[in-house]
Ligand binder design. Structure first.
Ligand SMILES: *Cc1c(COP(=O)(O)O)cnc(C)c1O
Length: 221
């Protein structure tokens, strides 16, 4: 099946409250345009250089989600156009996003990335590290970033019980933060979890954003 059919098939199966991000990393303009022409508008990239290389060649109504590890010195390159940064994992990067967003007179929606997997290699905060950020005096001064929820990646395993447990944990983290810091902030509502291999489990556990690459575009090299 082609990209067009893949997108239509996946979209047909999704509950109305779940947003699909097409993860286009390593894919070219033609492949992204095929997804665009199938109606897809939200795309995800995990490298700054790659995102800024593609963005000018693509329609301006695309919503770009940055989903990879973000170095502070690269924030300025994506700040003018990025629609959501899903991978905020430290106060320093939050401050940098805020600084550039303020200079551009915009508010950038962001998610806090949590470490929910067993693998040590995956980035992300622990719950107590997120408290340190949200309790920091500086956090009140951050006016040009809107914290819209949480993101996480499950362990790469065939053990569905394990994956389910990890996603459930991210939902609990979301609920805890909502209760403690964002009770009256309606925009704090997103739980970004679920990739090609585990998105159905993620949806069962309350995902609102799924990030799919290979089931849309085919395997990456
Ligand atoms: C690559 C990537 C995805 C998509 O992975 P697939 O398994 O191809 O769906 C999702 N989220 C992040 C953060 C990624 O880096």
């Amino acid at each position: 099946m082609g990209i067009n059919q893949n997108i239509k098939k996946i979209k047909n199966e999704l509950p109305a409250n779940v947003k699909l991000i097409a993860v286009s990393k390593t894919k070219g303009i033609d492949e992204i345009m095929e997804a665009y022409n199938a109606g897809q508008r939200h795309f995800g990239e995990n490298k700054v250089q790659e995102m800024i290389a593609k963005q000018p060649h693509l329609p301006s109504d695309i919503h770009w989600h940055f989903i990879g590890h973000l170095q502070t010195n690269k924030v300025k390159f994506i700040a003018p156009f990025v629609n959501m940064i899903e991978s905020v994992d430290r106060l320093k990067v939050l401050k940098e996003i805020n600084k550039h967003a303020a200079a551009l007179n915009r508010v950038i929606p962001c998610l806090l990335q949590f470490h929910i997997a067993e693998e040590e290699s995956k980035f992300g905060l622990t719950l107590s590290e997120s408290y340190e950020i949200l309790d920091n005096n500086y956090f009140d001064k951050i006016k040009n970033v809107s914290i819209c929820g949480v993101m996480g990646m499950a362990t790469l395993t065939d053990d569905k019980t394990q994956i389910s447990k990890e996603f459930k944990n991210l939902k609990i983290i979301f609920d805890t933060l909502k209760q403690k810091y964002f009770q009256h902030i309606d925009s704090f509502k997103e739980i970004s979890m679920g990739m090609s291999g585990d998105y159905l489990i993620a949806i069962e556990q309350g995902s609102t954003i799924i990030r799919l690459g290979s089931v849309i575009f085919g395997q990456r090299d």
